[in-house]
Design a protein around this ligand. Structure first.
Ligand code: FES
Ligand code: FES
Length: 175
């Protein structure tokens, strides 16, 4: 599979979950594990441009897929993606544990619907839980990111696997 523009090939056990492949085989620990039972969204990544909970996907199911994790969102020069910038600017995190998954779900949401209403943001993120923020600043950040045109910002601009602007994405936030 391709992860953040790099191709990887490994033999893995059929039962290995994608999230553990990313974290333990590839060392991409930005994708968190919160519940392991498809409830919290901390493990959200993009699979072929669509947000999925990577604790719900077997690594072997992602064979040949194009995966983007939080590590692949910023540019190679470290310049934050506008969604990350909006989260920083609007204090949309406290402990930050939910944040990588939240940001990936927002990425999918804004690519599908670049200018959502507040209700659409809340609905789109219903599969991503945050224990700290009460969601208020997260929603504020998402609306600010939308206003800044984050929905059409390239992902990982400049990396080999940059996801082009305006790709067809279905599903919004991971559920
Ligand atoms: S760890 Fe995957 S949804 Fe919670
Ligand atoms: S910032 Fe702590 S869980 Fe969301």
């Amino acid at each position: 599979m391709t992860v953040n523009g790099k191709t990887y090939e490994h033999e893995v056990e059929p039962r290995l979950l994608l999230v553990y492949y990313l974290r333990e085989v590839l060392g991409l620990t930005g994708t968190n594990v919160g519940c392991d039972t498809t409830s919290c969204g901390a493990c959200t990544v993009l699979l072929n441009g669509e947000s999925v909970k990577s604790c719900t996907v077997l690594a072997v199911q992602a064979d040949g897929a194009d995966i983007t994790t939080i590590e692949g969102l910023a540019g190679p020069d470290g310049k934050l993606h506008p969604i990350q910038e909006a989260f920083r600017e609007h204090h949309a995190l406290q402990c930050g544990y939910c944040t990588p998954g939240m940001v990936m779900a927002v990425t999918s949401l804004l690519r599908e619907n670049p200018h959502p209403s507040e209700d659409q943001v809340r609905f789109g993120l219903e599969g991503n839980l945050c224990r700290c923020t009460g969601y208020h600043n997260i929603v504020k950040a998402v609306l600010a990111a939308a206003a800044a045109g984050a929905g059409s910002a390239p992902i990982g601009a400049g990396t080999a696997g940059a996801v082009p602007t305006g790709g067809a994405v279905a599903g919004g936030g991971a559920r």
